[in-house]
Design a protein around this ligand. Structure first.
Ligand code: GLA
Length: 434
């Protein structure tokens, strides 16, 4: 296909994997550690550097049209999350990092098997893959941590205020192990998953593209406002505080204490923008221009109490999960499953990032033998991840398939990838021709 598109052959190939987040949802952008693993599904790009300054992109999937632009003038349209914009994010990130205004052109053919809009991070895999393609074309070197940080930052050109989980695991993943990803500074530690159980991904088939709606950024802003209100309540300098983790570290207290402080400082009734302004002593204009993102300016209510409760409790669950994996007691699988179930309940009730299909799917998964099941990724659609004892896997897959997927009213575009067992895969790689 490369040959018929560009009339030449590729010089090298780059792959970057998608991921499944085992536990720790919507807390990376609050500064807290998360626990993902790479999946085997990935983005793969075939590349030929060219002498002209033209970037030509094609995709093996006919749904994604060809695109071409001058490599000196990269424009990323925030209003529509078109596929090529994710490539441009990675490209621009590397270009800016090295302060280059002139970049050579290239011909790229993109192929991917991560179901899109399913919470398995196809978009970040494309950003990371494009970043590594660009670095390779330039003949430069960066560490995996630097690449992950650059790509996390540059993906925000698309307009979503994501954390760094997806890009970090895409670069730092290693086959056979999940990773605890910690931020500031970014680092990844192996987490050995229990033998005797497998993680199964199931797609709810409800598509959710986090860049196409404001759900995601509203949550990021609610956490930001909650952090500022908590900081002010405890007499901290709240102006520069952006993340819930900063409040905890500045106060030097435990996550459990942060849950108590949240109970004291915030109320469960939603906050209007006017109330937030009163609490912080700022004007609506300041709230809009100095705190909120462009697509959250007109949000009528903010649920600060619920969001903060989710974040602090989820951050604690991640640490418990890791501890149980390390200590490996006899009932490891059951304990891990309980944490995953609690995580789903908190995502559904406190963070409100689930949807009826995801709730139904986790119920079905638990009914047919999963010790734990939860939504994974941003939510509002996409996939669940379930922890299933290995000896129940075959019957689990058959029963879930029948109970969820054999209903005629489902949109089964990605049926093949809808339900599959997965194990920790490796990170991004460059393949050079021998
Ligand atoms: C998306 C973001 C991540 C993370 C998850 C939710 O995948 O890109 O940074 O916030 O949602 O856990």
């Amino acid at each position: 296909m490369f040959n018929s598109k560009f009339g030449s052959i590729p010089k090298f190939y780059v792959r970057a994997p998608g991921r499944v987040n085992i536990i720790g949802e919507h807390i990376d952008y609050c500064g807290y550690s998360v626990l993902p693993m790479a999946v085997e599904q990935d983005m793969l790009i075939a590349v030929e550097p060219v002498k002209t300054q033209t970037l030509q992109l094609a995709n093996t999937n006919p749904l994604y049209p060809d695109f071409s632009t001058s490599s000196n003038n990269i424009q990323i349209d925030k209003t529509k999350p078109l596929w090529h914009n994710y490539f441009l994010c990675g490209f621009k990130g590397i270009q800016e990092h090295f302060g280059l205004s002139n970049l050579t052109g290239m011909n790229c053919l993109v192929d991917g098997n991560i179901p899109p809009s399913s919470g398995l991070s196809s978009s970040s895999a494309l950003v990371c893959c494009a970043g590594l393609v660009t670095l390779t074309v330039l003949g430069m070197n960066l560490s995996k941590v630097e690449l992950a940080e650059i790509c996390a930052k540059s993906e925000r050109y698309i307009g979503t205020e994501g954390g760094g989980m997806d890009q970090s695991i895409s670069f730092l993943a290693e086959e056979g192990t999940a990773k605890l990803i910690e931020f500031s500074p970014l680092r990844a530690t192996d987490v050995k998953l229990p033998s005797g159980a497998v993680f199964v991904i199931a797609n709810s088939c409800v598509e959710m593209n986090k860049a196409a709606t404001s759900h995601f950024n509203i949550r990021v802003m609610e956490c930001r406002l909650a952090a500022k209100l908590l900081a002010k309540y405890r007499g901290l300098q709240w102006g520069k505080v952006l993340r819930l983790e900063e409040v905890q570290s500045k106060l030097g207290v435990s996550l459990e204490e942060m849950l108590w402080i949240t109970e004291d400082a915030l109320h469960p009734e939603p906050y209007s923008p006017e109330e937030v302004c009163r609490c912080l002593g700022i004007s609506l204009q300041e709230l809009r221009t100095q705190i909120l993102s462009p697509n959250t300016q007109d949000v009528p209510i903010f649920k600060l109490y619920q969001r903060a409760k989710h974040v602090y409790s989820e951050a604690a669950r991640v640490l418990q999960f890791k501890k149980i994996c390390e200590e490996a007691p006899d009932d490891t699988v059951q304990l891990l499953g309980e944490l995953m179930n609690q995580s789903h309940a908190s995502c559904r009730d406190m963070y409100e990032c689930s949807c009826p299909e995801l709730d139904q799917l986790v119920d079905i998964c638990r009914k047919f033998g999963a010790q734990g099941s939860r939504l994974t990724g941003a939510g509002w659609g996409g996939c669940t991840v379930s922890l299933v004892p290995a000896d129940k896997l075959t019957s689990f897959l058959a029963n879930v398939h029948q109970a969820y997927y054999q209903r005629s009213d489902r949109n089964l575009t990605f049926e093949k990838q809808s339900l599959f067992a997965t194990k920790p895969g490796g990170g991004a790689l460059v393949f050079l021709e021998a």
